[in-house]
Ligand binder design. Structure first.
Ligand SMILES: Cc1ncc(C[n+]2csc(CCOP(=O)(O)OP(=O)(O)O)c2C)c(N)n1
Length: 251
């Protein structure tokens, strides 16, 4: 029996530019499937980051804009305020969101902007050749921490979901992983929740995906998911940090 994976309508028929074993494509697919399921493609604006997913505007078949490095939540804020009828999301890596873009994400979340931010955490700067990110693990080697991240010198990795969970305004914050099939199914549920709340105008929603970067980690693509499970998940615990719908008695 031939199994043909249908491309979601919300993804263009364009070849991804990602390395083998990179999970940006999986994250794109989950978002695109959800756009199809909710029928919001003609009414959605995505903001692409700077990073390996810079070409997100080529891949998603909805309105897209490109933000300067780290500024996607600020651009998304403007888009949403100008066009409150549209569903607006930002898509960002950890260098983009948690380093140069720290101010934009914190303040967009704190204002409770009615946008969704998808955050792909692979613990490294992928696009520029594997430099240390704010999410790089203690003792992890990168091109700018060749002896491993020294937390006494550089500080500890930032847990962005937990950080945003200290703010009053966000409506929904969940960290999921793309490291196994069951986890990817759970990740899809998180994407669906985030975009559902977005459509309903509930406020700021945030999904963090724990992902991989085999090329810059220097790990075989087949082994990179196991590496991430062993090394990333103990530090970046999966789970739902905030769901105001649940707090208000919903499911
Ligand atoms: C203002 C500015 N500073 C720095 C850069 C260089 N730069 C491009 S992408 C990037 C980091 C991307 O890493 P991440 O956001 O983790 O995404 P990934 O590539 O891993 O998906 C950096 C520092 C830039 N393009 N613009």
């Amino acid at each position: 029996m031939e199994i043909v994976a249908q491309r979601p309508k919300s993804l263009r028929d364009v070849q991804f530019t990602y390395c083998p074993g990179c999970l940006h494509g999986v994250a794109h697919r989950l978002i695109a499937e959800t756009m199809d399921e909710y029928g919001i493609r003609d009414n959605t604006m995505g903001i692409a980051p700077v990073g390996c997913s810079v070409f997100a505007y080529k891949f998603f078949d909805c309105d897209m804009a490109q933000a300067a490095h780290g500024r996607a939540p600020a651009v998304a804020t403007g888009m949403k305020r100008a066009r409150p009828d549209m569903v607006v999301f930002a898509y960002q890596g950890d260098g983009d969101l948690a380093a140069i873009g720290t101010a934009e994400i914190v303040h967009a979340a704190n204002r409770g902007e009615n946008i969704t931010v998808f955050f792909v955490n692979n613990a490294i700067y992928g696009m520029t050749g594997g430099q240390m990110a704010p999410t790089t693990l203690p003792n992890m080697k990168t091109t700018t921490s060749p002896y491993g991240r020294d937390v006494n010198d550089i500080g500890y990795p930032i847990r962005v979901s937990e950080l945003l969970n200290t703010l009053e305004a966000p409506y929904y914050i969940e960290r999921v992983s793309l490291l196994s099939v069951p986890d990817t199914i759970k990740a899809k549920q998180a994407v669906k929740k985030a975009l559902k709340y977005n459509i309903e105008g509930k406020g700021f929603t945030f999904v963090e995906f724990i992902s991989t970067c085999p090329t810059n980690w220097g790990i075989d693509p087949n082994k990179s998911k196991d590496w991430a499970k062993e090394n990333m998940l103990p530090y970046f615990k999966l789970g739902c940090f905030r769901d105001k719908e649940k707090d208000n008695g919903g499911k």
